[in-house]
Ligand binder design. Structure first.
Ligand SMILES: C[S@@+](CC[C@H](N)C(=O)[O-])C[C@H]1O[C@@H](n2cnc3c(N)ncnc32)[C@H](O)[C@@H]1O
Length: 245
């Protein structure tokens, strides 16, 4: 199971960085758990073929969007794209934007990289790294047009809830990176988390909810893998949209 992951790490060591931790640092609470990924042959080949063009490495430097994408289109960041189902369609249909797509799950990363590379979706770049660190160290304040966060892990047990992504101070970090009029668009099938999103984003300085509560279903988002799982369990799907003032 580990073997084909290791082949990739030998060729592209930076893809493994998110799995290591600096010596001596306290263990931080993370919003994800790293699962080992079985990669199919096409995924291994996709990483080897397309990473140099569409992949980015974590570094402590502010990204220059124009240099990365070769144009001035506004940039949307997707956090935790999973298998990339929604990402592919959005990148094609809303191609007035560039997309930086962040995911730590290697199999999903390789799958989306295959779709992006084989179709030459030049408005997409992928990073396999922790979004919290990427935003903190690599994204300029006021430089992002939108955030997409679809079905973030709900961490349903009380003792796990500190792992939830949508909470302070992370929402303040999101707000600080948005340009004026930029948006945060989150969707969840976990009702209590949906209300937490409304509360916490509603009390984050600089953000405004243009809707009374949840926003109407957005038509340009495909049903994602985790959305399907939620629907099978008859969970309500709630959408949350905030804008930077
Ligand atoms: C429940 S899954 C949802 C995936 C996909 N958006 C969907 O709707 O099918 C949440 C994903 O977020 C990723 N994730 C969680 N925290 C993250 C972080 N800090 N940085 C990058 N990815 C993260 C996880 O690896 C996981 O794949």
């Amino acid at each position: 199971m580990q073997e084909n992951q290791e082949t990739i790490y030998q060729d592209i060591p930076e893809l493994k960085w998110v799995e290591s931790r600096e010596e001596g640092t306290e263990r931080e609470v993370k919003s994800y758990v790293l699962r080992s990924s079985y990669l199919r042959t096409y995924q291994v080949e996709a990483v080897k073929k397309y990473y140099a063009t569409y992949g980015l490495a974590y570094e402590k430097r502010i990204l220059d969007w124009k240099q990365i994408f070769g144009n001035d289109k506004p940039v949307v960041i997707e956090i935790g794209f999973g298998m990339g189902t929604a990402t592919e369609r959005i990148a094609k249909e809303r191609n007035q934007y560039n997309y930086l797509c962040l995911e730590v799950f290697l199999s999903g990363f390789a799958k989306l990289l295959d779709k992006v590379g084989s179709q030459q979706l030049d408005n997409v770049r992928l990073m396999r790294f922790d979004a919290v660190q990427v935003l903190t160290d690599m994204v300029g304040d006021g430089s992002v047009a939108g955030f997409h966060i679809f079905f973030p892990d709900p961490w349903p047990k009380k003792r796990q809830q500190k792992r939830r992504l949508i909470q302070k101070p992370f929402t303040s970090l999101l707000a600080s990176k948005l340009s004026k009029g930029g948006y945060i668009y989150c969707v969840t099938d976990w009702e209590e988390y949906a209300y937490q999103m409304l509360d916490v984003l509603g009390s984050t300085e600089g953000l405004e909810n243009p809707y009374q509560g949840f926003c109407p279903a957005v038509t340009w988002r495909d049903t994602t893998k985790f959305e399907k799982k939620g629907l099978e369990k008859h969970h309500p799907i709630n959408e949350v949209w905030f804008e930077k003032q």
